[in-house]
Design a protein around this ligand. Structure first.
Ligand SMILES: N[C@@H](CCC(=O)N[C@@H](CS)C(=O)NCC(=O)O)C(=O)O
Length: 250
C-alpha cells in the first residue's frame, strides 16, 4: 500500500481511538478489529500474533463506523481480514482457522484428524458461552433485577463447570486444552470467557468465587500471561471500564 493511502486510512479509522499499532504488511496486510469491545476481533489478533504474522491493524470505532467498512465487510462487522492479494475474510472462527492452516508451523491446529475432531467438539461445546454472555449483559444493564442476574450467573457457572471438566478430561496437567500447548481450541472460547468474567465482576458475582472452576481459572491465568494476549488485547481494567460504559448505553 502506498504511504499516502495508508496515512489516509489511518486518519479516518483512528479517530477517537487509542494506541494504534501498525505492523508491516506482508503477507496478511490489514485487519479491521477492535481491541476492547470485540471478543471476535481478539480471536483474529491473537491468532495472528501467535502465528508470528506481520500485519497492520486498523481499529474501527464501532459507534461511528466509517462508510468504507462495507467495502471491507458487507456485514459492516469486525473482524475482517484482508489478505495482501485483496481477498477478504470475515467471521472470527473461520479467520482464526485460516490463520492456523496458513501457518501450520504455529501448531495452532493439530494435523491429526482425530485431534482436530476433538478440538471442534470442544469448540461446539463452548459455543453457547457467546449467547450466555449477551444474555448476561442484557440483564446486567440498569435498572437490573438481581434475582434474574443471579439465575443467569448460576446457569453460566454450571456451563463453566462442564468446561472445567472437559479441560481436565482432555489434559489433566493443563493449563491449556492441549496441556502446555496453547492453540485454536483456547483462543476461540477464551475471549468470550474473558467478557463473562468481567461482566460477572460488574454484577458483583465474580466467577473466581465459585467452586469447581479450578481448571478454568488456571486456563485463564495462563492465557492472560501470554505475550499475544498482552499485546493484542486490552487490559482487564480497560475491558471493565468499556463494558461498564456499554451497559449504561444498552
Ligand atoms: N460472528 C461474527 C461476529 C462479529 C461481530 O458481531 N462483531 C461486532 C463487534 S463485537 C461488530 O462488528 N458489530 C458491529 C455491528 O454489528 O454493527 C464473528 O465471529 O466474527
Amino acid at each position: 500500500m502506498e504511504q499516502s493511502t495508508r496515512n489516509k486510512i489511518q486518519n479516518i479509522s483512528f479517530q477517537k481511538l487509542y494506541k494504534p499499532t501498525i505492523f508491516s504488511t506482508d503477507p496478511i496486510s490489514t485487519l479491521n478489529s477492535n481491541k476492547i469491545t470485540c471478543p471476535y476481533a481478539n480471536r483474529a489478533v491473537i491468532s495472528l500474533l501467535e502465528a508470528g504474522v506481520d500485519f497492520e491493524e486498523i481499529l474501527i470505532d464501532l459507534e461511528n463506523k466509517p462508510e468504507w467498512i462495507k467495502e471491507v465487510n458487507p456485514a459492516s462487522k469486525v473482524p475482517a481480514l484482508r489478505l495482501s492479494d485483496g481477498k477478504i475474510l470475515a467471521e472470527s472462527v473461520q479467520i482464526a482457522e485460516f490463520i492456523a492452516e496458513s501457518y501450520p508451523e504455529s501448531n495452532l491446529l493439530p494435523l491429526d484428524p482425530y485431534k482436530r475432531y476433538e478440538v471442534r467438539t470442544f469448540l461446539e461445546f463452548t459455543s453457547s458461552l457467546g449467547p450466555l454472555l449477551y444474555q448476561l449483559l442484557n440483564l446486567a444493564k440498569s435498572p437490573r433485577d438481581e434475582k434474574t442476574v443471579d439465575e443467569k450467573i448460576s446457569q453460566i457457572v454450571a456451563k463453566l463447570r462442564q468446561v472445567n471438566e472437559k479441560l481436565k478430561e482432555h489434559s489433566n496437567e493443563g493449563p491449556y486444552f492441549d496441556g502446555n500447548h496453547f492453540s485454536f481450541a483456547d483462543i476461540i472460547p477464551f475471549t468470550i470467557f474473558e467478557r463473562i468474567n468481567i461482566a460477572s465482576q460488574i454484577v458483583g458475582c465474580p466467577i473466581k468465587d465459585f467452586e469447581g472452576l479450578d481448571c478454568v481459572i488456571e486456563w485463564a491465568k495462563a492465557i492472560r500471561a501470554r505475550e499475544s494476549y498482552k499485546k493484542g488485547v486490552a487490559t482487564s481494567q480497560e475491558m471493565y471500564e468499556s463494558l461498564k460504559s456499554l451497559l449504561k448505553r444498552l
